[in-house]
Design a protein around this ligand. Structure first.
Ligand code: NAD
Length: 499
């Protein structure tokens, strides 16, 4: 079943996108393949709600065909010299960078994010290929005498095997490369299920990897609307030895329970509820600049998005005015329209969810202080105006739930003990941000926050060279850095008689 791709309206990037978009629905053994069933599903443009592609709906037979291909390719890829695997990843990095405009257009088209956000995602995504190209050749082990003497111990790291990768829609390129790159660097082969909202980008990346010389079967992609069925088939298949999931905490819990049945090695990158702390002696202009990125990158649809602003009473008026003015001045619109800084949300359901959280906060006593304008004609798109709220009560739902939209609730804090209690009062622990000119206070506060990542006077924590991940119900394991490759390796030791 082939897919039909209709060019996005009003953009000269259409040609690039058309040339890049794969023609088939599933990617198995290095090529686009016909899915086994007749079903299709629609990929829509969130800026208009119109269908941009009808794509083959992968089913269990496709899921198993993908595992067949990955299992066939595994021995050869695992035995390929690390230097060769590294060079293939390095070529994939170069090809992605060379295709930045095309890939950015594709991401903006199916996800809705602004072209600027999409371009920076392509670079971020490609950097995982470069980073893990460098890490692939550094999987050194250990060697030494045993304490009692008489034996030598050799510790090595081996690829875990076929890995199932499940990715969300909010970073369709980066969430895929953040898993594919370390898996391939470690010598694993993969089966990937992208989010149903954004399958085209994942298919384009698979095509790039093939062009970069990654052997057939090493990377396989099965888009589907039947996520649970396909992923269950993978988790039940004894050849699948690893699951790496990025998505919401509720779905992560389901998959962890399923993985428990076969004790499948699991990495989970789940939801967040990041606090953004502004200290009494913060450089308020710097904090505002950081807040714009931490809150509004990707329209607020990021797991690391600042979800709750805790601003010290001494600076809360100044911060609210400056941040609010910057938010109100944002240009909201379709990604391909001139000047757009903030695109639509992913779906009508997402807009309704964000609106309900804001309405609930206002009903509980919060005030809307600033709001950006929506485009004159929203054309059926899923837009929500960036909004700043003040005086949000501590128990408001909006401070406890991942907003996943361009809304900034601001609360005021007075003393350190109160602050630490407020920021840690959540089941999540992914990212946090602290702004202060007093670096010692900022770092001591950061260390008290239960989170896997803290930006200190920085509004971005994502970087392929750093260990990305959360504590508490934000997940298990790390992606990026040296830790990222370890998630796709098993440790084995040899105890060698030396007597
Ligand atoms: P989601 O959990 O709904 O979906 C994630 C993926 O899981 C998608 O591919 C989806 O099709 C699939 N899926 C859904 N239900 C499934 C099931 N029962 N069985 C198997 N697969 C299933 O999340 P989303 O809405 O796509 O993404 C947003 C969420 O992802 C947010 O909570 C966000 O915080 C989180 N996220 C986390 C990180 C991180 O690194 N921690 C990064 C990005 C997004």
């Amino acid at each position: 079943m082939s897919i039909t791709v209709t060019p996005a309206a009003g953009t000269d990037l259409r040609g690039y996108v058309d040339a890049l978009a794969p023609r088939q629905g599933v990617w198995i053994d290095g090529r686009g393949a016909a899915a086994q069933g007749d079903g299709t599903f629609a990929v829509t443009d969130p800026a208009t709600g119109t269908v941009i592609a009808e794509i083959a709906d992968g089913q269990v037979a496709d899921a198993l065909a993908a595992v067949d291909a990955a299992a066939r390719a595994l021995p050869g890829w695992a035995a390929t010299a690390a230097r060769e695997r590294s060079e293939a990843l390095r070529r994939a990095f170069a090809l992605m960078i060379a295709s930045t405009e095309q890939l950015a257009a594709l991401i903006s088209w199916e996800n809705g994010k602004s072209l600027a956000d999409a371009r920076s995602e392509v670079v971020y995504a490609a950097e995982f290929f470069r980073w893990f190209a460098e890490e692939a050749v550094r999987t050194e082990g250990e060697y030494g005498p045993s304490p009692a003497g008489g034996t030598r111990t050799v510790v090595t790291h081996k690829p875990v095997g076929v890995a199932a990768l499940i990715t969300p829609w909010n970073f369709p390129a980066a969430m895929a490369t953040r898993k594919i790159a370390p898996a391939l660097a470690a010598g694993c082969t993969v089966v990937l299920k992208p989010a149903g909202e954004t399958p085209l980008t994942a298919l384009a990346i698979a095509k790039i990897l093939t062009e970069a010389g990654v052997p057939d079967g090493v990377v396989n992609v099965v888009p589907t609307k039947s996520s649970s069925t396909v992923v269950t088939a993978w988790l039940e298949d004894p050849r699948v030895r690893k699951i790496s999931f990025t998505g919401s905490t509720p779905v992560g819990r389901i998959l962890l329970k399923q993985a428990a049945d076969r004790v499948v090695n699991s990495s989970m990158e789940l939801g967040g509820n990041a606090p953004f702390v502004v200290g009494p002696d913060a450089d308020v202009d710097a904090a505002v600049a950081g807040a714009m990125i931490a809150k509004l990158r990707n329209g607020g649809q990021a797991c690391t998005a600042a979800n709750r602003f805790y601003v010290h009473a001494d600076v809360v008026e100044e911060f609210t005015e400056k941040f609010g003015a910057a938010v109100a001045a944002l240009t909201v619109g379709p990604a391909f329209a001139e000047g757009t800084e903030i695109g639509p949300l992913i779906s009508a359901k997402a807009v309704a969810g964000v609106a309900a959280l804001v309405d609930g906060a206002v009903a509980a006593g919060a005030r809307v202080t600033h709001r950006a304008e929506l485009p004159a004609a929203t054309d059926g798109g899923y837009f929500y105006a960036p909004t700043v709220l003040r005086d949000v009560p501590a128990d408001a739902e909006i401070l406890r739930t991942e907003i996943f939209g361009p809304v900034a609730p601001i609360a005021t804090w007075h003393d350190d003990a109160e602050l630490v209690e407020l920021v840690n009062d959540t089941e999540f622990g992914l990212a946090a941000y602290v702004y202060s000119r007093d670096l010692k206070w900022a770092m001591q506060t950061a260390e008290k926050i239960e989170a896997g990542m803290v930006g200190v006077n920085r509004g971005v924590v994502s970087d392929p060279a750093t260990p990305f991940g959360g504590v508490k119900q934000s997940g298990l394991g790390r992606e990026g850095a040296r830790e990222g490759i370890r998630e796709f390796q098993e440790t084995q030791y040899l105890s060698v008689d030396w007597s």
